[in-house]
Write a protein that binds this ligand. Sequence first.
Ligand code: SAM
Length: 210
Amino acid sequence: MSRKEGLKNYEELNLNDTKNDHRLAEVYRDWAKKYDYDNDNVLGTVSQPKSVNLLSTKLKDKTAKIIDVGCGTGLVGKNLKALGYICFDGIDISEEMLAIAKPRGYTNLFVGSLNKQLPVLENTYDSAMCVGVFTHGHVSSDGFNELCRIVKPGGYLCFTINEGVFQKYGFEETIKEFEVNNKWRVVSLYKDDYMTLENVKGYYCLATVN
Ligand SMILES: C[S@@+](CC[C@H](N)C(=O)[O-])C[C@H]1O[C@@H](n2cnc3c(N)ncnc32)[C@H](O)[C@@H]1O
């Protein structure tokens, strides 16, 4: 699928609605085979290596159990593996994206939506990554609760937020609320390159779960 076709699918989504799971699963089903090419050559997305580098500044245990939520084709996993992490799972709404992630070092890959309860017990993981998922029409800041639920107290959450939804979907407020309500402690939060060929920046957040 060309980028134009991908964008056409996006345009049919209600980008203010973060409960588009069914349509999004179709969009990513059709995009899966072309996703990595578009990531590098059309969008110039750099969020995966940047996020994994951010996590690695604090998470020194390479055997830590990590979940990559919205793992897609596994570009975060590819970067985790390159930095020596050996124990990471992935979850996504799209089976076709998961199929491409298979050879990228994940221990388990499974289907689930961050707009619902994930099929994971509480306090299962030492850390969670969530890259490219807090964006137009995908998942709202409600997803933070679920990330906190599945990560052990003291574990890290490392996620990105597209600059276009940071205020619009209330992420900025919710990040502060979670800190005030003692749900997490923000270690770093900053704006940086995200989709370089589209000139889109993103917020990178690293927090520890309380
Ligand atoms: C922009 S891609 C990012 C993929 C990957 N994390 C990366 O950085 O390359 C967004 C991914 O989130 C998945 N996704 C969308 N809504 C989701 C949801 N509610 N729960 C879990 N994954 C979701 C999509 O299927 C897609 O694979």
